[in-house]
Design a binder for this molecule. Structure first.
Ligand SMILES: [Zn+2]
Length: 315
């Protein structure tokens, strides 16, 4: 049904999955740059299509809304929300005898700006396991949100500029929504606001926010891409909002004053929960530590890492 050729392909449909180099036909699970390229023809959800076109220019695209199956190359393909960012999708491929679920990047916990994840059952599960190590158990989401809002509020009340580093697609909109909902005025970096407008065109309310001009503006929180240069003047308190912030040393590694552990990826416990819900016969793990497949096997699953040349001729 699929094979690995420095990337995942659905064999029968001749469809590349989440390739970051150009393909004749590719499925794009979501519009993060490491999951897409200027493909000749792309399949994705309508929101991912809008974000893909915004980031890489207009391209030939077939839109597959969530839960609306299409027939493609002898397979029935259905997308389900992945909970990772706007438009992010899992792909269910069925041939009438077997089913395969590819999760792409996903998370099960709630989001202020992404559709809640839905996990259908499948015979074969290909799971994105970035946090597939027991060290990656994230704090409860409410706790991370509270820490973000409190620390940003404190910085602003002390007359500093709060600068929050967040990936331009997904995390930046989530942070904006969390801060505006708490009554904190937000300015967005120009690399972020065009993406935010697409979120709004798909009905996601981000609250009121302005455009950051790069000048000191005490009393407001600036949401900027990671590693945006510090301002020359004025005191700033810098934050990083990332799942990689789950250790006390993270703020030194990320060179920020505060690192907030709010992730768009499933943590270790959510990965196991996802496997339980899908109830697969066979599991292939991508993007994470190879030891995650060992942990799954210890729990009684048939699991192995995916990433070496592999031919599956199931049908
Ligand atoms: Zn992603």
């Amino acid at each position: 049904m699929f094979f690995w050729d420095n990337g995942l392909r659905l064999a029968r449909a001749d469809l590349a999955i989440d390739f970051s180099r150009r393909q004749p036909r590719a499925f794009i699970s979501h519009a993060h740059s490491d999951h897409m390229a200027r493909h000749a023809y792309a399949l994705c959800t309508p929101a991912t299509a809008a974000l893909y076109h915004c980031r890489l220019g207009p391209r030939p695209t077939l839109e597959i809304p969530y839960r609306e199956p299409i027939q493609w190359g002898g397979l029935r393909l259905t997308t389900f929300p992945a909970g990772h960012c706007l438009g992010s999708a899992m792909l269910l491929a069925e041939d009438g005898e077997q089913s395969l679920l590819y999760t792409g990047d996903f998370k099960l916990s709630p989001s202020a700006t992404a559709e809640p994840a839905e996990l259908p059952q499948a015979d074969i599960l290909i799971i994105e396991s970035t946090y597939g190590h027991p060290d990656y158990r994230l704090p409860p989401r409410n706790q991370a949100v509270e820490e973000l809002v409190d620390r940003v509020g404190n910085a602003l009340s002390e007359g500093a500029l709060a600068v929050i580093e967040a990936y331009p697609l997904g995390k930046a909109q989530e942070v904006t929504r969390l801060l505006t909902a708490a009554g904190i005025p937000v300015l967005q970096h120009p690399a972020i606001s065009p993406i935010s407008r697409i979120y709004e065109s798909f009905g996601v309310d981000l609250g009121e926010y302005g455009l950051w001009t790069g000048r000191p503006d005490p009393g407001r929180a600036a949401v900027v891409p990671p590693r945006t240069r510090p301002l020359d003047r004025g005191r700033e308190v810098r934050f990083a909002v990332t799942g990689w912030a789950n250790s006390a040393s993270a703020k030194y590694r990320l060179r920020v004053d505060h690192a907030i552990a709010l992730s768009d990826h499933a943590d270790y416990d959510q990965l196991f929960e996802a496997v339980r819900r899908v109830a697969p016969r066979t599991i292939y793990c991508t993007h994470g530590p190879e030891s995650f497949a060992d942990r799954l096997r210890e729990a009684g699953y048939d699991a192995r890492p995916l990433g070496r040349p592999l031919q599956r001729t199931l049908f």
